[in-house]
Design a protein around this ligand. Structure first.
Ligand code: SF4
Ligand code: SF4
Length: 525
């Protein structure tokens, strides 16, 4: 009876995690309090593990909770907490509704061990060398984030704006439009391909992605071999009807041998509800059998990891070479400007820390109210593709904001107080006088100085009544307000060069306004 209830509990919990996680990425009007992010994402495996490594705090140890859960009950992370897993279940459920033969269409699949352990090694080993590239492409939470942030969010904004304009024509102002500054073609393109790939796999073969591609699934599969409670077939009660095999979306029940490959079982508990003879158990298996299984597993695991190591070292080298490449600005000019280094978000410490920790989930991209964080193409080199960078063509970093430092779940962007953030120097301002319209057009401007929050850019006398910018880069925090505001076209006359490692800027001087007021004078009106 209790076993039959497990499926219902699993569905309820998975829907809650799925909705809460999706809402974090889709909340473009910032209704969700920032503190909610850390509670909702606490148990996401990869972000939690990375954050723990970065901050070494038990407050970031959600992955330990997942490991304990896996050691007790198997891969419940895959069936309840992972939003990509639930997305696949939804796809499987919907397609089943539209199929003529609605039920029991799965069958036992041979484990793709070479593939899954190779992909796990491919994802993990480069991380040790500072490259997140493969992990970024495969991590389920981050890909779910990219799908929401790059595909669903723009659709939602479009629907919101259409509804707002329609209501406005009826003089109803209950909705207001939201300005979406840009859509990342790379992020959207990758998300479409990834989504199509995962949906195709799940519709055709159930949880094949989780059991052959996903590094988290593979890692938890290794851990689940040691689980206390395991689903197994009770040989005395099983009548061999095979209905559990045809129901298992993980393809891990083999009716011929009456065995369950628990490393691939995602603990969905669907099999309990279909067995007509209570032939399935969920308990601690006998010790003898366990010992034999584990020995086999360990030998295979070592073999796969060893075979792929040489290739992985080569891959890391490639990523390192890419990082060394000078990153050119895509802006062209009669006086060309080249950004040597991209700008990373406040709290990210610098390029190395950021690119070796960010999993490109795009939560910060979604949460940034200024929309200055945009997925990179090759600004960080190949290894940082799709990781966010500060794009001052799109926007600039708001002086009074620390949102990205609060939402990042994996420590790529570490928390900063507002005071510290206001002095964190992401980069330094550069001025190209020959591109400035004060010189080229002989006209007044000063947009850069006007927008600079620290007065690192000041206007000084130039010709006649004209004044021209002068920069004091020690005061610059690299927020990009000047670069964004600069009207010079097609090239910006003022731009920010990234600091590979963030520095501390000089505190802006606060000048007292010395204004004498003659209180005796009559009020002028
Ligand atoms: S601190 Fe800057 S980059 Fe970060 S969320 Fe705020 S405006 Fe965006
Ligand atoms: S920096 Fe942004 S994209 Fe990268 S892991 Fe943190 S929230 Fe996700």
């Amino acid at each position: 009876m209790l076993l039959a209830r497990l499926k219902k509990i699993r569905i309820a919990v998975s829907i809650l995690f799925f909705l809460f996680t999706a809402v974090l990425f889709l909340d473009f009007k910032s209704y969700i309090p920032i503190t909610a992010h850390k509670y909702i994402l606490y148990v996401q495996f990869v972000p939690s593990l990375l954050k723990f490594v970065n901050v070494l705090s038990i407050a970031a140890a959600g992955f330990i909770f997942i490991i304990i859960l896996t050691l007790l009950f198997g891969r419940v992370y895959c069936s309840t907490i992972c939003p990509l897993g639930t997305l696949q279940d939804i796809a499987i459920y919907i397609t089943r509704k539209f199929r003529k033969k609605k039920k029991n269409r799965f069958r036992y699949l041979r484990p793709q061990n070479l593939l899954r352990y190779s992909l796990l090694a491919l994802a993990v080993i480069p991380v040790l060398f500072g490259s997140m590239f493969v992990l970024d492409l495969l991590d389920p939470y981050s890909n779910f984030g990219k799908i929401n942030s790059n595909l669903l969010r723009p659709v939602l904004v479009f629907l919101n704006n259409s509804a707002a304009y329609t209501l406005e024509s009826f003089k109803n102002y209950s909705l207001y439009p939201f300005e979406l500054r840009t859509i990342s073609l790379l992020g959207a393109g990758f998300s479409v391909l990834f989504l199509a790939f995962v949906l195709w796999m799940s519709v055709a073969k159930g949880r094949l992605y989780c059991n052959s591609v996903c590094p988290v699934g593979t890692l938890l599969g290794l851990i689940s071999r040691f689980s206390i409670f395991k689903i197994a077939i009770d040989q005395t009660k099983c009548k061999g009807c095979g209905i559990c095999e045809r129901t298992c979306k993980s393809g891990c029940i083999d009716n011929k041998t009456r065995s369950v490959d628990f490393s691939r079982c995602v603990s969905c508990f669907n099999c309990f509800n279909v067995c007509p003879s209570e032939g399935l158990t969920y308990e601690k298996p006998s010790k003898e059998k366990e010992t034999v299984d584990l020995k086999e597993t360990d030998t295979k695991k070592r073999e796969f990891i060893f075979k792929t190591s040489a290739y992985l070292v080569g891959l890391s080298g490639l990523a390192f070479m890419q990082q060394k490449k000078v990153i050119k600005s895509y802006k062209k000019n009669s006086v060309p400007t080249f950004k040597q280094n991209p700008l990373t978000p406040p709290g990210s410490r610098g390029i190395d820390h950021f690119t070796s920790t960010c999993t490109a989930c795009h939560l910060c991209v979604s949460a940034c109210p200024a929309q200055v964080l945009q997925p990179a193409y090759l600004e960080y080199g190949l290894r940082g593709m799709m990781q966010p960078h500060m794009d001052y063509m799109t926007s600039f970093c708001q002086y009074e904001c620390t949102i990205c430092t609060d939402v990042c779940p994996n420590g790529a962007i570490l928390p900063l107080t507002l005071e510290t953030k206001k002095l964190t120097q992401l980069g330094k301002v550069k001025f190209v006088k020959d591109d400035c319209i004060v010189k080229t057009e002989n006209t007044d401007c000063g947009a850069c100085s006007e927008h600079c929050p620290t007065k690192a850019v000041n206007m000084v006398p130039y010709k006649g009544k004209l004044s021209i910018p002068e920069v004091k880069d020690e005061y610059c925090i690299g927020c990009g307000a000047c670069e964004y505001a600069c009207p010079a076209r097609p090239y910006k006359a003022i731009y920010v060069e990234g600091n590979p490692k963030h520095l501390i800027a000089k505190k802006p001087e606060v000048k007292k306004i010395d204004q004498k007021v003659d209180y005796k004078e009559d009020f002028p009106f």
